[in-house]
Design a protein around this ligand. Structure first.
Ligand code: SF4
Length: 198
C-alpha cells in the first residue's frame, strides 16, 4: 500500500518525476510511509513545510543564489539613483519579476521610495508589475503617495489604468516563482542526502 498523502504531497511529485530520487519513493511513499516525518506531521493536521524531508531532516535556507546576488546589486543601483546601470542590468536579461527583496518589496517600490522618475519608467518598461504588493500589502503607488512623490504616483497610476490585466498576474507570478525556486532547492538537496539515514 502506498502513502495516502501522495495525492497532494509536493515531494511525492518530485520523487515520481526525477529518476535520481526514485529511491525515496520506494523507501517511503511506496514502502514504510508511516516512518516518513512528513506523513507523521500531516496526520496531525499540521501544515508540512516543503523543506522537511521524509527522514526528518530540514533543509536550511541556502546561501545567496546568483539571482539573489543580482537582485541585491539591482536594489543598490536603484537606491543610489544609477539609472544607466539599472537599464544595463535589464538589458543583460535580468528578470524584473524574479527580483524581490526579503520583505517582498519590488525594484519599482525601491525606485519610488527615492522619487526617481527615470528609474520608475525603466522598471515599468522592463515589466516590473505595479500591482505587486509586499509583505505589508503595500504596492508601489502607495509608496509613492506615502513618500509624497506625486509625479511618480501619477506615472504608476496611469500605467495601472492602462494595464489592468497585470493585477491578476501580480500574485500568481510571485507565488509560482517562490514555489519553483524552493522545489529546485529541495530536489538538489535530496540528491545529496542518504534516504536511509536519520
Ligand atoms: S514523502 Fe512522505 S508524506 Fe509525501 S507521499 Fe511520500 S511518504 Fe507520503
Amino acid at each position: 500500500m502506498s502513502c495516502s498523502h501522495s495525492v497532494d504531497c509536493p515531494l511525492f511529485a518530485q520523487f515520481a518525476m526525477e529518476p535520481a530520487l526514485a529511491v525515496w519513493k520506494q523507501h517511503y511513499c511506496d514502502g514504510d510511509f508511516t516512518k516518513c516525518a512528513r506523513y507523521q506531521i500531516g496526520l496531525k493536521g499540521s501544515v508540512v513545510p516543503l523543506t522537511l524531508m521524509p527522514n526528518g531532516k530540514m533543509i536550511e535556507r541556502k546561501a545567496k543564489t546568483k539571482e539573489e546576488l543580482g537582485g541585491t546589486a539591482l536594489f543598490n543601483a536603484i537606491l543610489k539613483g544609477r539609472a544607466s546601470m539599472v537599464k544595463s542590468m535589464f538589458a543583460s536579461k535580468m528578470s524584473s519579476v524574479q527580483v524581490i527583496s526579503s520583505d517582498g518589496s519590488t525594484p519599482l517600490m525601491a525606485a519610488v521610495s527615492i522619487g526617481n522618475l527615470e528609474i520608475v519608467n525603466i522598471l515599468l518598461e522592463a515589466g516590473c508589475n505595479p500591482f505587486k504588493t509586499n509583505d505589508n500589502n503595500i504596492n508601489a503607488l502607495m509608496v509613492a503617495e506615502k513618500k509624497n512623490f506625486p509625479d511618480c504616483a501619477q506615472v504608476i497610476k496611469n500605467f495601472m489604468e492602462a494595464n489592468p490585466e497585470l493585477k491578476g498576474q501580480a500574485t500568481e507570478a510571485t507565488n509560482n516563482i517562490e514555489v519553483e525556486d524552493e522545489i529546485k532547492g529541495v530536489v538538489s538537496f535530496l540528491k545529496k542526502l542518504n534516504p536511509f539515514s536519520r
